[in-house]
Design a protein around this ligand. Structure first.
Ligand SMILES: Cc1cc2nc3c(=O)[nH]c(=O)nc-3n(C[C@H](O)[C@H](O)[C@H](O)COP(=O)(O)O)c2cc1C
Length: 319
């Protein structure tokens, strides 16, 4: 298959599409990312990686940044509050040959943000400058950032942060158009994405509340952003990356992809733990259908792969 032409670059890394699966802790692991990438997501962002877990050699941390060659371009996303720790961890992770290293400046979780990491970095523009200056000088791969609009409604400093990222060598900026204090409430402010796009010359990826292909077009038109990042709406609907709305996907296709996804989870997590982690995906794949409660209960609770597959096969009888 011929690869599409590049639509933008992250430094020297060509990106050959506009739709991108968002990094999502607990979801955007290798099995789900690789499916989305095959269906058309143009980049593979890992779940966020805690720098402290790398420094302390957390036993299962390798799973967070394992990737398949066909997922490239691959973006490793890391979070911490301290520029030197981020540098040390980025240098270590560079050995695993990601295409890009991304700094998380958007996580709104209190445990992360109140220790000055994730969206907590937005409160310290000087630290953001130091992080980007230090990492872009020391690394061989481009460095990108993912931000929110600010810490809260009183401090929406996204334009300042965007310019700092660009001025200090950052190669791409993804913007989740909410503040930290909004978490996921309210509407994403796409006007702010448009402002960022006008203020910097590095590529800008817009993010927040894109639920359908109509929303993709609307965001591209509204903001002129270079790429559109899709998070929650891609869970249970990886077909959005191939230009299909969920309602247009026939059940035999859903069934095939669910089995494939489950198999990738079983392979990656070595056995039935993969099934346990797959349940939340399964719930979303099946959310369009009204299924008998007993059948759903079995699908959501069984630890047996054969029993899960048998129940999944029965779903077709209720459509
Ligand atoms: C379950 C979950 C986990 C997330 N984990 C991350 C993460 O690890 N790194 C990150 O930058 N953003 C993370 N996010 C935020 C998403 O990348 C995205 O910015 C947000 O969901 C808004 O996009 P959406 O409206 O398309 O879902 C997460 C979001 C969700 C719902």
């Amino acid at each position: 298959m011929m690869e599409a032409v590049s639509v933008f670059h992250i430094g020297y890394v060509p990106v050959r599409g506009r739709l991108i699966l968002a990094p999502m802790d607990g979801y955007s692991n290798l099995p789900f990312r690789s499916i989305c990438r095959e269906l058309g997501s143009a980049l593979s962002y890992t779940e966020f990686i805690n720098a402290l877990d790398i420094l302390q050699s957390h036993p299962r941390i390798f799973r967070k940044f394992a990737f398949l060659p066909q997922e490239r371009p691959v973006v490793f996303q890391i979070f911490d509050s301290d520029p030197q720790r981020l540098l040390e961890v980025a240098l270590r992770l560079q050995e695993y040959e990601p295409d890009v290293i991304d700094i998380n400046m958007g996580c709104s979780d209190n445990n992360v943000a109140f220790r000055g990491a994730g969206a907590g970095l937005l409160r310290s523009p000087e630290t953001v400058a130091t992080i980007f200056r230090t990492l872009t000088r020391a690394l061989n791969v481009p460095v990108s950032g993912k931000i929110r609009l600010g810490w809260d409604e009183q401090t929406r400093n996204y334009l300042q942060i965007a310019r700092i990222v660009e001025d200090n060598g950052g190669a791409l900026l993804a913007v989740h158009a909410r503040t930290r204090s909004q978490k996921y409430a309210g509407r994403a402010d796409w006007d702010a994405i448009a402002e960022v796009k006008q203020s910097v010359s590095i590529p800008v990826v817009g993010n927040g509340d894109v639920c359908s292909l109509g929303d993709v077009e609307a965001m591209l038109n509204h903001t002129a952003c270079d790429g559109v990042m899709i998070g929650r709406a891609a869970i249970g609907n990886p077909w959005i990356f191939s230009g299909l709305n969920r309602e247009a996907v026939p059940f035999d296709r859903v069934y095939f992809v669910m089995r494939d996804h489950l198999q990738r989870m079983l392979d990656f997590y070595h056995g039935e733990y993969g099934l346990v982690l797959f349940r939340k995906h399964a719930r979303r794949y099946l959310s369009l259908y009204s299924l008998p409660p007993d059948l759903m209960r079995c699908l959501m609770t069984t630890d047996s792969v054969p029993e899960f597959l048998e129940s999944l096969h029965l779903v077709g009888n209720y459509l």
